[in-house]
Design a binder for this molecule. Structure first.
Ligand SMILES: [Zn+2]
Length: 176
């Protein structure tokens, strides 16, 4: 059955991004009137009585209160999304994470020190700092802010979610 492998973005009643669930789970939320479809996904879900299109984005019918999450988990996908899937040193497609100040020199594994990088820059840089190489960062890394980041980095992401996350669709594409 098509659509069962897909993921769907769940928005709160206020359109605030909440979480990501399976496309099947999102369709069940729609079937049980707990959510309304906002953007169509791929495929359909067959239940005993009806057929419902699998949504890519749903919005909850009732507002749910969510506890504030103080910090965004530092994951490869989230860093790639923040950095636009590009190497912060040369702008090529990113393939790896790099510690700006190398861990071997006490650099932290933190949002302010972890960036996306291409394999070539990562290899050339090795255990050196950027000052030694005369390199500059295209952007200064920082922890992402805002509700959109609650859903980034943990699962496969769909460019159709972008308008609801307030970011560019290309940031959700898997970097090559
Ligand atoms: Zn590079």
């Amino acid at each position: 059955m098509a659509g069962t492998e897909s993921s769907a973005l769940v928005l709160n009643a206020t359109y605030e991004p909440l979480c990501v669930v399976s496309g099947r789970r999102a369709a069940v939320l729609v079937l049980s009137a707990k959510a309304v479809p906002v953007a169509a996904g791929d495929g359909v879900l067959h239940s005993s009585r009806t057929t419902v299109p699998v949504p890519a984005v749903v919005r909850l019918s009732r507002y749910v209160r969510v506890p504030h999450r103080p910090s965004v988990p530092l994951t490869r996908k989230a860093v790639f999304a923040r950095d636009g899937g590009r190497c912060v040193y040369c702008g090529a497609a990113a393939t790896s994470l790099d510690h700006v100040v190398p861990k071997s020199r006490g650099g932290a594994h933190a949002w302010e020190n972890v960036v996306s990088a291409c394999g070539r820059c990562n290899h050339v840089k090795a255990d050196r700092g950027i000052a030694e190489l005369g390199w500059r960062l295209r952007t200064s890394p920082a922890a992402p802010q805002g509700a959109a980041w609650r859903v980034l980095g943990s699962r496969r992401m769909d460019p159709r979610w972008a308008p609801y996350l307030g970011i560019d669709a290309e940031q959700l594409e898997e970097p090559a």
